[in-house]
Design a protein around this ligand. Structure first.
Ligand SMILES: [Zn+2]
Length: 263
């Protein structure tokens, strides 16, 4: 499926951080203190590696860091984005600020994965070839599947119980939804069912639990606590020269960065 796979393409934890503007107004993520493999408490030594352009997803170059201890490079995702995800799963901007609902709407979904489901539940089928800032009809269908997968509607009862615990929803509600979902033939009815489930975590300040629920449901890896990410340090001229000499800068983004020596 577009954006996400039924089976996680990578169960590896991923790092998220609010992007910050530098003096010239460009957005980039701070260098994290730990890489995804350092989540077990082992030593990390993380430095800035460069920026990665993406054709889809967040409309900005994503910060890439590398850990010299674990020997990996990894992307620092904006708060609302997960690996391989093309749309945000939480209605926040790349700096982590909550985006309010549009006038007349009870919850904010514009630009998120869930907009496809809200539209479908309202009987609005996306154009076959996309357009209007939204994806194609095929994309809408795939996101309906992501929404149903998020609540474990295709999974067994134990998987649904784990999702229900994360979302603080009654497990019985998800079991009943799964039973009903199987019997629904029309896409709009399925969308209405998933949308009813989505509205609760989307409302108020609970939308972040969707990130944890998606991990438990097997849609993406575990989002690392944002507390593992620290603000980028100031960089001296000699540090900048030393890093440039070692090839620390790649890509089109030239924001000042310095390796965060933590070990
Ligand atoms: Zn590491």
């Amino acid at each position: 499926m577009e954006g996400y796979s039924e089976k996680p393409r990578s169960a590896r934890p991923f790092v998220q951080a609010g992007y910050e503007r530098d003096e010239s107004g460009r957005l980039a993520a701070p260098v994290p203190a730990r890489c995804p493999l350092g989540d077990d408490g082992s030593e990390c030594r993380v430095g800035f590696r460069g920026c990665r352009e993406r054709k889809t997803g967040p409309k900005l170059p994503l910060t890439v860091a590398r850990c010299h201890c674990h020997g990996i490079a990894f992307t620092v995702y904006p708060p609302a984005f997960v690996p391989y995800g093309r749309a945000a799963v939480v209605a926040v901007d790349v700096e982590g600020r909550r985006i309010g609902a549009e006038p007349g709407a009870s919850v904010a979904v514009a630009g998120t994965t869930w907009e496809a489901i809200a539209d479908a539940a309202a009987g609005q089928r996306w154009a076959e070839a996309g357009g209007g800032g939204k994806g194609s009809r095929r994309t809408q269908g795939r996101r309906l599947t992501v929404g149903a997968s998020l609540f474990g509607l295709f999974a067994d009862s134990r998987a649904r119980e784990r999702v229900a615990a994360v979302l603080k929803l009654p497990a019985l509600m998800l079991h009943e939804a799964a039973q009903r979902h199987v019997g629904l033939d029309r896409w709009r009815e399925r969308a209405e069912l998933v949308w009813q489930l989505l509205r609760q975590p989307l409302a108020g300040a609970r939308s972040y639990v969707l990130l944890a629920a998606g991990h438990v449901a097997g849609l993406w890896g575990r989002p690392l606590a944002r507390g593992t990410v620290r603000r980028r340090p100031q960089q001296s001229g000699s540090e900048r020269l030393a890093r440039a000499a070692t090839g620390g800068l790649t890509g089109s983004c030239t924001l000042p960065r310095v390796c965060a020596e933590t070990g």
